[in-house]
Design a protein around this ligand. Structure first.
Ligand SMILES: NC(=O)c1ccc[n+]([C@@H]2O[C@H](COP(=O)([O-])OP(=O)(O)OC[C@H]3O[C@@H](n4cnc5c(N)ncnc54)[C@H](OP(=O)(O)O)[C@@H]3O)[C@@H](O)[C@H]2O)c1
Length: 338
């Protein structure tokens, strides 16, 4: 088993869920430690029946730690996580900072588990909108080689962390009371709105969130020739990202074949009955660790093309669950854990 597992960013939206998942799942360690910013230092939390104080993160925090699960803003990851590696730990990082670095594995356990085979260093967990898409693309890619993807996302406010959720709730209530609300988490009011910008302008008129979907997809699927055209949109939904995905493959995939491929792949659940009004939606997918796929149909604008709808809990499979699954993968490899 691991000696000491440290959760960094434990007070955040992803960190809280990581702690909850580690309560529910059997990852074994002699000791757990919980870290966040100096703002949270000293707060107490209960974990597996014991009380712990949240510790402030410093570069000296990692002595004796062999596994770190980190979910902090990029700049915090950049400043502190190299010290964890220096101290001998393996770090599973939720931030975007290290993902595209040469030599840093970017891992979705159902898709590229072999990439996580390192003794120490940083393993990145992908951006939430990428994770659910690559998981859905993987069986299609294996069967028919994905050549081009056009994806439009409908992303929940919890993707912006605790502050995003708070802003949706408060601004919606303020709007219903007819009051002004000073928004801070998003560039525009999110209540009763949708915002076609996530992240900053990056290149060629695309945002940083959109370019993450391009580069991370290629890295995880190990195919730099895959073309991705993304549009990322923030919508006033509390939790779960939804995506409309159109795929061109080298060999045609019929909707029936796609359905069979999705059904056979671990981590995907097909929910698809248009006449019955049954398809994945944020309200029905929240709280699940799976990636849900529905509305599977032919792209009628292009023979052999495929179109589908994909929903997943961005805080779970898009973040905390994926990180914990990577930790479990390491535990199986290193200690033969179940
Ligand atoms: N939310 C998602 O759906 C999602 C999905 C995939 C990846 N991610 C990535 O995961 C990371 C965390 O996201 P989140 O949504 O959980 O954000 P969040 O709710 O804002 O939480 C941020 C966490 O980082 C801690 N932190 C901030 N500054 C710190 C500092 N100087 N030193 C130590 N700890 C510090 C915070 O501690 P305090 O509470 O003490 O401030 C908090 O625990 C981000 O990189 C994000 O891009 C998020």
């Amino acid at each position: 088993m691991f000696k000491t597992v440290a959760l960094v960013g434990v007070t955040g939206a992803v960190g809280r869920l990581m702690r909850q998942l580690l309560e529910e799942r059997p990852l074994a360690a002699e000791t757990f430690r919980f870290l966040a910013s100096a703002r949270s230092a000293g707060k107490t939390l209960t974990f597996r029946g014991r009380e712990y104080a949240v510790e402030p993160l410093t570069k000296e925090s990692f002595q004796g730690v062999d596994l770190v699960l980190a979910s902090t803003p990029d700049e915090v990851a950049a400043e502190y996580l190299p010290a964890a590696v220096e101290a001998g730990a393996t770090v599973i990082d939720e931030s975007g900072y290290f993902r595209m670095r040469e030599g840093v594995p970017l891992v979705v356990p159902e898709v590229n588990p072999e990439a996580a085979d390192i003794d120490r260093g940083i393993i990145s967990s992908p951006n939430c909108s990428t994770t659910q898409m690559v998981l859905a693309l993987k069986p299609l890619h294996d069967a028919a080689r994905v050549r081009r993807v056009i994806v439009s996302t409908y992303q929940a406010v919890s993707g912006m962390g605790v502050q995003g959720t708070q802003e949706l709730e408060e601004s919606t209530a303020a709007r219903l009371r007819g009051e002004e609300y000073r928004h801070a988490a998003f560039a525009h009011p999110i209540a009763f709105n949708c915002i076609p910008q996530i992240g900053r302008e990056k290149e060629a008129g695309y945002t940083s969130e959109e370019m993450k979907m391009v580069y991370e997809t290629r890295k995880i699927l190990g195919d730099p020739s895959i073309q991705v055209c993304p549009t990322c949109v923030r919508i006033p939904v509390a939790n779960c990202h939804s995506e409309s995905i159109v795929v061109e493959t080298e060999r045609p995939v019929s909707p029936a074949d796609a359905r069979s491929l999705f059904e056979a792949f671990p981590g995907i659940k097909v929910v698809d009955d248009l006449p019955g009004g049954v398809y994945p939606m944020p309200n029905t997918c929240t709280g699940s660790d799976l990636v849900f796929v529905g509305r599977i149909r032919e792209d009628i604008s292009r023979p052999g093309g495929l179109s589908f709808w994909c929903v997943s809990d961005n805080l779970r499979k898009g973040a905390a669950t994926n990180a914990v699954q990577i930790a479990e993968l390491l535990a199986r490899r290193r200690f033969g854990a179940k």
